[in-house]
Design a protein around this ligand. Sequence first.
Ligand code: LLP
Length: 471
Amino acid sequence: MHASENAPLAPDWLELPSDTAALDEGVWPVTARRNGSGELELGGVAASELLAAHGSPLYVIDEQDARGRATETLAAFTDAFGAIGAEVELHYASKALVTIDIARWMAESGIGLDVASGGELEVALAAGIDPAKIGMHGNNKSRAELERAVSAGVGCIIIDSLGEIELLADVAASLGRVQRVMVRINVGIHASTHDYLATSHEDQKFGLTREAALDAVASIRASASLELLGLHSHIGSSIYESEGFGAAAARLMMLRAQLLADGPVPEVNLGGGFGINYLPSDQAPDIRELARGIAAEVQRVCEETASSVPRFVFEPGRSIVGPAGVTLYTVGSTKTVTVPGESGGERDYIAVDGGMSDNIRPALYGADYCVRLANRVSDAAPRLVRVVGKHCESGDIVVNHDYLPGDVTVGDLLAVPATGAYGWSMASNYNYLERPAIAAVRDGVARVLVRRVTIEDLLAYDAAWNGKASS
Ligand code: LLP
C-alpha cells in the first residue's frame, strides 16, 4: 500500500512497510541482522551493548562491509579497465570519513588516499600510508600545506588554479624536488545531484576550463620543478545516473588527445561521486556496470583520436564507507503533532539525543534517511514519524519521513543506516553537544576508532575555563 493512503502527511515515495523490523539489504551493512531477541546486531554486537559501552549516540562502522566494498570497487575498476589495457589505482576520498585505522584498511585493500587538506594529509601520514599513493586536493592550498605535501613525497598534487602552478613550482624548487601534478579540469557537465554537490558546471569554484588548462599545462611543462602526470575531473557527488561519468571521461580524453601533441599525459583521474542507497527505494549504480560504461567511453575516444590508453585513478569515498555506517540514538521524548487543513494529518515527532551536529546532511542538502527500532521488534501498527534531534532549530531533522512501530517510547534505541560517509566528518559541537565516538564492529567485537568528544574536552578550548567541573 502506498504510504499516503495510510498517512496524509507521508510523501509519495514512502512505502508503508509490511514489516517495521525488516533490514533492507540494499541499505543496511552486510552484517546487520536481528538477534534471537529481535535486537539489531552489527558485526555480531548488539545495539544496546554498543551504546552501553561507548555512549549514545554512536557512529558504528561495519568493518567487514567497508573492507568488502573497498576490495569490490578495486576489482570492478581493475577488471573493466584491464579489459581495455589500462592500469587502475583507487584513492579513497578521505573526506568521507577518515581515521588512522580506516586509512590502514584502505591500504591493506591496495587502495591509496585522496586528501583535501593539510589535516587529512596528516592522518594519512600518521597511518603510514605510502605517500606515493596519496593525491592532494584543495582549491586553496596554503604554502605550508604544499611544503608538507612535497617534502612528504606525495605522489600527486592536483592543481586547481593558475596561481597555484607558480606557488607549487617555487615550493618544489626550494625543496629541491620535482613534484608530479595533475590539472583539475572543469569539463562543464552539470551532474544531476544537489547543487552543492555538483562540481563541474561553469559557475562554481573548482578546476580550470579546458581552454585555461592549455595554458596551465604549458606552464607546468615549462617548469623545471613540476612534472605533468595528467588530468583530473570530479563532476560531483551522490550521482545515481552513470551517463555523466562517461561523458566527463570522454571530454577529458579528448582534451588529453589534444595535449598529447606536445608531450606525455600518462594518467587520467576521474574522481568519485558514486551514489549509494539511503532509502530502500534508492537505486545506487552497480559499480561493475559503471566501471564498464566509463571504460567503454575511454576506449571509444582513444580509438577515435588514435591515442594511447592512459593509467586511471578513481576517488570513491561515499560508496566505500557510507553503507558501512549506522548511527545509533536513544529516544528522549515523543510528541504527536496534528497538522490542520485538507492536506493535514498526524505525525509523531520522535526526539533523539543527537541531531544536526552528528548529521548535517538533512539540513544542508535536504538528504533523506530511513530508520528502524534497534533494541526490539514490535507488532504495533506503523506510525508516520519524523525523527528529530535536540538542537534549537526546527530544521534539526535526522529522518524526515519514515514509519516506526506506534509504541516507540522514551528509552528505545533507533538506528539510522547509510551514515558512514559525511556524518562524523562533517559533525559539529553545535549547542555544545558532545561529538559521538566511532566504533568499528567485526566478528562480535567493537573497537573505538575515535573516542567521544566530551563537554570537558570542549571547555578545555575555552581560554577562561578553570579546568574544574562547576559543582
Ligand atoms: N574526489 C574529489 C575531488 C572530491 O571533491 C570528492 C568529494 C570525492 C572525490 C569523493 O566523492 P564521493 O565518492 O564521496 O561522493 N558533503 C557532501 C559530499 C561532498 C563531496 C565533496 N567532494 C555530502 O555529504 O554529500
